[in-house]
Design a protein around this ligand. Structure first.
Ligand code: PLP
Length: 452
């Protein structure tokens, strides 16, 4: 292809994510990606790259899975679409499959097209559930600072992350209350140890429920492992405590497994690490490895049953929901994840990856913390390990590192001073070595330039 012509067209007509168009007019920008296989993608100039973030931490089965393409094609020519008021063969099978692989009585699947829609759906279900059971005052939703639940106008307010400047979109969606994030490296709820931090952060949620009055609180929503502050894995106490607190006050627990689900953390679903079953689980990304748009709110039978009967129906419709082509692709994707044991690969190669990253901390004073689980990992960079201070904006650390990573053939999405990693789950130890070597070289260069 004529890369320059495509670049000019993109710069002129395409509204890209989180990028400044003027800045993108640099040579070679925006990158045009043409093909992919495994953990690698190739650009329009024939250069191969490792995608350290696997799309948006979403390409769990890896790039170039022709089987998924074939399943989608077959469905496309057979029946490309039919609305969700009826159903289709792949959507019926996908709902049954999701009910089978999710824990406990999570079994009623409301399909949608993306993670934001799934969380919007979960919020509506949570509020409507309380109305249906005669608790009309329960509308507040507790989420956490340093979380991300999507960009649509409702769930935007649940998040509290640097990717989501919110002042442009005031006024705030009503009834959102924020709790602290159990980030032991930068604890804001006190506690010396990860375990104390987790307990105090869970207790903070209980205090919020009591302060607002349980009769006003509909739900708590949280990601099992939160990304905006860099793969924050709470200590083991946290999730069982949240479950118990929600049960105590009759509050629904919504787990946002949009990133964590489908093997990302080394279990099929991250809450399995703590044997906790939420009332509603939202999934997207890995359910279809981003081959097509598919997502869902998966609801416990006991909650969903409240919507049975003509007067109780949940009036909630999306044209593209339950799209049969996306459902066929999802089924094939889940089959690959199961048949190739990608969940176990995520656990094992993820542990190896983390070890190698921890090794970098020995040589590189810029490495403040290494955290994460499975193939959801993060390195937090600091200018001073003792104070944990970040970097002045004019030091342009993320931009400079990004340039260096590019020269090493890595596509990396850096969020401020945090390197988040979520490669395809089919990654090998050799590919991990390549990534870690490239990070090592890039950090040496940066430290040299900074005189560290
Ligand atoms: N929830 C979490 C935890 C996410 O990471 C994301 C996306 O990154 C979303 C929700 C929103 O998903 P989508 O971008 O598909 O709307």
């Amino acid at each position: 292809p004529d890369s320059e012509a495509l670049r000019r067209a993109s710069l002129r007509y395409l509204w890209m994510h989180n990028r400044d168009w003027t800045q993108m007019a640099e040579e070679g920008e925006p990158q045009i990606i043409e093909s992919g296989h495994g953990v690698r993608v190739t650009d329009s100039e024939g250069k191969s790259w490792i995608d350290v973030n696997g799309g948006y931490n979403s390409v769990n089965a890896g790039y170039g899975r022709t089987e998924i393409g074939e399943a989608a094609y077959e469905q496309m020519v057979n029946l490309h679409y039919f609305p969700q008021g009826t159903t289709t063969v792949p959507m019926a099978k996908l709902a049954a499959k999701l009910a089978e692989i999710t824990p406990g009585t999570l079994s009623r699947v409301f399909p949608v097209s993306g993670g934001s829609e799934a969380n919007e759906t979960a919020l509506k279900i949570a509020r409507a559930y309380h109305k249906r059971i005669g608790e009309p005052g329960r509308y507040k939703v507790i989420s956490r600072v340093g979380s991300y639940h999507g960009m649509t106008a409702g769930v935007l307010w649940l998040g509290g992350s640097p990717y989501q400047p919110r002042h442009d979109y005031e006024p705030i969606y009503p009834g959102i209350v924020h709790a602290p994030q159990p980030n032991a490296y930068r604890s804001t709820c006190g506690g010396e140890t990860p375990s104390e931090c987790a307990v105090k952060c869970a207790e903070a949620i209980e205090r919020l429920i009591e302060f607002h009055g349980p009769q006003t609180v509909a739900a708590v929503i949280a990601e099992p492992v939160a990304i905006p502050q860099g793969a924050v894995v709470p200590s083991d106490e946290y999730w069982p405590m949240l479950r118990q607190i929600c049960d105590k006050y009759g509050v629904l627990l919504i787990a946002d497994e949009v990133i964590c689900g489908f093997g990302r953390t080394g279990k099929m679903f991250a809450l399995e690490h703590w044997d906790v079953v939420p009332d509603i689980m939202t999934v997207a990304k890995g359910v279809v490895s981003s081959y097509l748009p598919m997502a869902a709110a998966i609801v416990k039978e006991e909650v969903a049953d409240v919507f049975a009967g003509e007067r109780n129906i949940l009036r909630h419709v999306f044209t593209a929901a339950g799209h049969p082509v996306a459902a066929a692709a999802s089924l094939k994707n889940i089959e690959i994840i199961e048949n190739e044991d990608l969940v176990e690969n995520s656990a094992q190669v993820g542990a190896y990856f983390k070890e190698q990253l921890e090794g970098l901390a020995i040589d590189h004073p810029l490495v403040g913390d290494v955290r994460g689980i499975g193939l959801l990992l993060a390195v937090e960079l600091v200018s001073d390990r003792d104070t944990k201070a970040g970097f002045a904006a004019d030091a342009r650390v993320p931009e400079r590192l990004n340039d260096k990573f590019k020269r090493q053939g890595l596509i990396f999405r850096i969020n401020s001073n945090i390197l988040n990693m979520g490669p395809p789950l089919c990654i090998t130890k050799e590919e991990v070595d390549e990534i870690v070597h490239a990070i090592d070289i890039s950090l040496w260069e940066l430290e040299g330039e900074m005189g560290i």
